[in-house]
Write a protein that binds this ligand. Sequence first.
Ligand code: ADP
Length: 480
Amino acid sequence: MTPPSLRKAASGPRLVAVSNRVVHPRSAARGGGLAVALLDALRQRGGLWFGWSGQISDHPDTRPSVAESGPIRLATMDLSQAEHDAYYNGFANRCLWPLFHLRLDLTAFDPQHYDGYMRVNRRLAGALWPLLDDNDQIWIHDYHLLPFAEALREQRAKQQIGFFLHIPFPVPEMLTALPHYRDLMRSLFSYDLLGFQTEDDVQRFRDCAVREFGAQLRGDTITAFGRRLTAKAFPIGIDAREFAEIATSPTAQQEFQRVRAHREDRTVIVGVDRLDYTKGIPERFRSVECLLDRYPDTHGQVELLQIAPTSRGEVPEYMAIRRELEQIAGNINGRYAQLDWEPIRYINRPLGRRQLAGIYRASRIGLVTPLRDGMNLVAKEYVAAQDPADPGVLVLSRFAGSAKQMQSALIVNPYDNTAVADALQTARYMPLEERRNRHAELMQGLLRNDASAWREAFLQELQRCSAQREDPASPTAQAA
Ligand code: ADP
């Protein structure tokens, strides 16, 4: 095999995207916003998408399976059951996920999970290395792959490498509870660019780098461990124009009619989430209970339609939240239901994007109340799906990253059941003109900061800071 350094460089940088799961372009819509945004970029420029195949195998191959789809090359690796248990279910989803979402009480620190996580990162990086060209632009995604660049640099990779964290970055007090936080923080300094969802996340990263490692700050650059990187916020967007279009597609219209049929003037409040303890669904149910307690005119008139398919079903904390929700919904319905009405309808399975778009459009209120969320794309999808002439109202948690950009929503504290109940009542009676104005402002923001703007901003910045790194005259050239 030709060593990467001897290969002829392509004319412009090729994009190499690396994420935990690789989704085939045929099923991109099911892969969610990240899959769609990455595939658009890969289609435009050509490129490689590398990651886990989603398959568990008794004897995983040491080399990736490679498939071509138009200008996109997909390279995937299987994992063994032990790798999957330690890397994915273990360290990523039972340690990093709860810790980064401020749930220290649910965080499992298991040294074997950590070792497995590091091993999988090294194995995947080693498998990607022979597929790389010298001037590739490499973009790594999310908390499953924090040490991926360091593993590539150990193979002597010199390419520009950027990382985007889709989840929040924690406060230093939380991060430092992690026994391995020094190693993980050091590994992040192998990237040229770190992208976060919000300015607050950038600030927490900087605080941690300064307090714990004496990092030096200069503009957006941070120097520590003898390396310099750029850290900036790139709030992720959706393809709002496309989502607005699919909300009027025949499937969406059919779903719209199904929701509206038999409900006459009832107010439908919609909640759509992966079933996850960060999404605040029990607190949401309690807020609806509080609405029913405080405002008797809601009886028989308001329904929460909660769509929450099981996710990460092998992780014990996710089994517990499912049981808890069924119990709370049962109690509230038992207390308030009438012969022809129940206040909470809870659907525990995934729906297609077109169906979801129709349900969003048929719902007078979108209730998005995570306790902590990197961004939350459901809030954006709900707005994009509305009829601009008669739009619904978004009630949004202040702890979702999207709240920073969506101040024309009704912003609430999801822990405060009374305040959420009052916001729901305000939304019910909000005059048409105010609904239109708020919707127009939100929609403008979604169109301006859509998925392609997010992607282009990140990749341009990666190009810029990598060029500076290579220019020895630049004040931001590498310290080491
Ligand atoms: P997270 O990435 O934590 O799951 P986001 O709100 O950022 O949260 O993204 C969730 C994505 O998954 C959205 O694109 C949303 O449409 C999709 N999704 C969430 N719940 C469902 C569901 N019940 N059926 C289908 N898609 C869903």
